[in-house]
Design a protein. Structure first.
Length: 386
């Protein structure tokens, strides 16, 4: 049995991947109605940061993995010292749970990322940007930010001063505004023997700072994908990281720059469930269970994954009508997370459509046509809540 700290949609898809290998999963989550709980072999109803709940979770489990990085690492160290096998290990996870330490790690490894500084370096009495910086700039919370939460675009000095008055500056960072041509992402894994495996580099598109769609593979030159892989390999090796990890990149005039690191399975890798011989969730299950890890290979020419966010029920077609229409799209695979009720902006599911275009231009056109169909059935929504 494997234990998963967390019970949302990522944990749900881990449970499904484990089921295909006849591996039971125990989950630690706040409510038995959370997405992963329904199919789990055992549910520990506790906040994922509650170490007492994790202590209960580990009983009878061969390995423990995490749905996300919002865990109390210091409180878990005694469990690891007692022999609990966390994947990834707490030591490799520690530099990645905080965006400030992420940026320091990238700097130490000379990995390109947007110029940044701790917000605590800005004087509240006389706020000003570092030399050579211009507005707008991006402010990011060091912990807990996702899907546009914990990020603020600062357009002028007044906005910077307001931020300094309203937050603890030691918990935030500033970074320069990035002019990019594309946003890219790469999901990789590293097993306990140090072997690295990689999914195709993908293109991602955000709508109001929330992932809208993912196209696999990205239509970029091979040298860009090679550079992304080398960046990932450097990070995984430096940290002796065992598990699945995702990197988000900006690509543009300044080249390839790391935007964020996610030490877990990731929205940008959901396409792999149908499009690859081993999904990102299968990789994490095998690593946590100590099983041989297969090399993931594309089994279609490509795939488009589109996120489905809750709409205003009074302004949208009935839910079942939308779901039925999505299922009728050729080569489509609908994933519904089991969340209720539908509320505006809530992540409720995703749909992956397999593509049959081998060249990048044809694939881009086909993906655009598919996206038009999907969004005709299920429109975008401008904000999100988990």
């Amino acid at each position: 049995m494997i234990g998963v700290v967390g019970g949302g949609q990522l944990a749900r898809m881990l449970v499904q991947a484990a089921s295909a290998r006849s591996i039971p999963i125990a989950v630690q989550t706040i409510s038995a109605s959370d997405p992963a709980a329904e199919a789990a072999a055992r549910v520990v109803e506790a906040d994922p940061r509650d170490v007492a709940g994790t202590r209960e979770l580990v009983e009878g489990c061969e390995g423990i993995t995490f749905e996300n990085e919002w865990v109390n690492i210091d409180a878990l160290i005694p469990l690891e010292q007692q022999g609990v096998r966390f994947r990834p290990s707490l030591a490799s996870l520690t530099p990645l749970v905080d965006k400030l330490s992420q940026r320091k790690l990238l700097d130490d490894l000379a990995i390109p990322s947007p110029p940044w500084c701790p917000l605590s370096l800005i004087s509240p009495a006389q706020p000003s940007l570092p030399p050579g910086w211009n507005f707008p700039v991006m402010a990011k919370a060091a912990r807990g930010g996702y899907d546009g939460k914990g990020t603020i675009v600062l357009k002028n000095i007044d906005a910077l001063a307001q931020l300094l008055r309203s937050v603890d500056s030691s918990d935030w960072l500033l970074e320069t505004w990035v002019h990019y041509e594309r946003e890219l992402a790469l999901v990789v894994s590293r097993d306990s023997q140090g072997r690295l495996r990689s999914f195709p580099l993908v293109e991602t598109h955000q709508h109001d700072q929330v992932c809208n769609w993912v196209l696999a593979p990205a239509g970029v030159d091979q040298d860009v994908e090679s550079l992304a892989y080398n960046v990932a390999a450097s990070l995984l090796t430096k940290l002796n990281y065992v598990g699945v990890l995702a990197l988000e990149f900006f690509y543009g005039p300044a080249g390839l720059q790391v935007n964020e690191i996610a030490p877990r399975t990731h929205n940008s890798g959901h396409f792999s469930i149908e499009a690859c011989t081993s999904s990102q969730f299968d990789q994490q299950v095998c690593i946590a269970a100590g099983l041989p890890v297969p090399t993931p290979e594309l089994r279609s020419d490509g795939a488009l994954m589109v996120n489905l966010l809750g709409l205003n029920p009074t302004q949208a077609a009935p839910l079942e009508q939308r779901l039925t229409a999505l299922r009728e799209i050729p080569n489509a695979h609908l994933h519904w997370y089991g969340k209720s009720p539908e509320t505006p902006g809530r992540k409720l599911g995703h749909i992956t459509v397999l593509l049959n275009a081998s060249d990048a231009d044809h694939r881009d056109r086909q993906a655009k046509d598919v996206l038009t169909v999907v969004r005709g059935i299920w429109p975008e929504f401008p904000s999100v809540q988990d």
